[in-house]
Write a protein that binds this ligand. Structure first.
Ligand SMILES: *Cc1c(COP(=O)(O)O)cnc(C)c1O
Length: 302
């Protein structure tokens, strides 16, 4: 397998007065630390898309994403590491000035092509790229890495965990690919909870089950649709205040699209006595910090 990253990823105890008060033991798996650009869960979701091609001819990777997408940046950086070409199909008309994420993706060698919002929603593929995909000159990675290879890669994350197992594992959900991998690999050793960052994404459970072999669907898991703070890439003053306060106490930086909402949801559950004393909880820090660059400077203290 590609050896871009260390075999051991830091698992850190979270120190916060509320956790002391409620006697809840919380650890965080710091996937945000594995690589400056291929951050968090994105590497795990990508690894089995690219693995079959690593000894063959150079590949052209094509994928979809928004202007601040962690997945776009991770794909661009992986392409550069592998010496492969990459194309990002970006949601929305070409802007007059690029986001920092797109600027960086372009500097890593990614070709950017812009799709209108309707074309993006329909996952339109330009004819020339379609032909390359059909002739296997290019490899299409679905938006967000959603698919069986993405899930299989995410299923390698629990291999980083020590035994004995945690009572509960929490992760943020966009497409649900990461959660599906976690559910499959953790089995009935822990309960896995996904915090959806999209508003009213009621198809999420179905999308997750579609990736899981039948028996895995029975493993203990649940989804929350109430912790999105207004919807995808939206935020409230409370969320920003939480992220700053959480950083002050714990030294753990979070992003406002995924992991800020994740930790806020978990800490809310701690506050509301959701966990019995001495329960052992793991929160997966899935990275994504680069997206905070879309916020006005000074919004966050880190
Ligand atoms: C992409 C992303 C997620 C969502 O992962 P899915 O597998 O699509 O559910 C969670 N956290 C961060 C930081 C991400 O960048």
């Amino acid at each position: 397998m590609l050896r871009l990253f260390p075999d051991t990823i830091p698992i850190e105890p979270v120190h916060h007065p509320l956790l002391n008060e409620k006697q809840v033991r919380m650890d965080v798996l710091r996937l945000d630390l594995i690589h400056p650009l291929i951050s968090g869960n994105k590497w795990y979701k990508l690894r089995y898309y690219v693995a079959p091609h690593r000894h063959g001819d150079p590949v052209h990777l094509i994928t979809y994403g928004g202007a601040w997408s962690n997945h776009i940046l991770a794909t661009a950086a992986l392409g550069q590491e592998m010496n492969w070409s990459t194309t990002g199909l970006i949601r929305g008309e070409a802007p007059t000035s690029f986001s920092e994420t797109l600027e960086q993706a372009r500097s890593l060698g990614m070709q950017l092509r812009f799709l209108s919002r309707t074309d993006y929603r329909d996952k339109m593929m330009p004819d020339d790229l379609q032909a390359d995909i059909q002739q296997q000159k290019a490899l299409l990675i679905p938006e967000g890495g959603y698919g069986i290879p993405g899930k299989d890669g995410a299923a390698t994350i629990p291999g980083l965990l020590p035994s004995p197992p945690y009572d509960e594992i929490f992760a943020a959900c966009g497409t649900g690919t990461t959660l599906a991998g976690l559910i499959e690999a953790v089995g009935d050793r822990s309960r896995v909870t996904g915090i959806s960052v999209l508003k009213g994404h009621t198809g999420l459970e179905r999308d997750i089950l579609a990736l899981l072999p039948d028996r895995s669907a029975l493993y203990p898991h649940q989804l929350s649709h109430d912790d999105h703070e207004g919807g995808y890439a939206r935020y409230t003053p409370e969320l920003i205040a939480f992220m700053n306060e959480f950083y002050e106490h714990t030294g753990i930086p979070t992003d406002f699209v995924y992991t800020g909402k994740l930790f806020q949801a978990v800490m809310r559950r701690v506050k509301e006595n959701h966990f019995a004393p001495q329960r052992k909880i793991l929160v997966i820090h899935s990275g994504g910090l680069q997206g905070n660059r879309s916020l006005k400077k000074g919004t966050l203290i880190f």
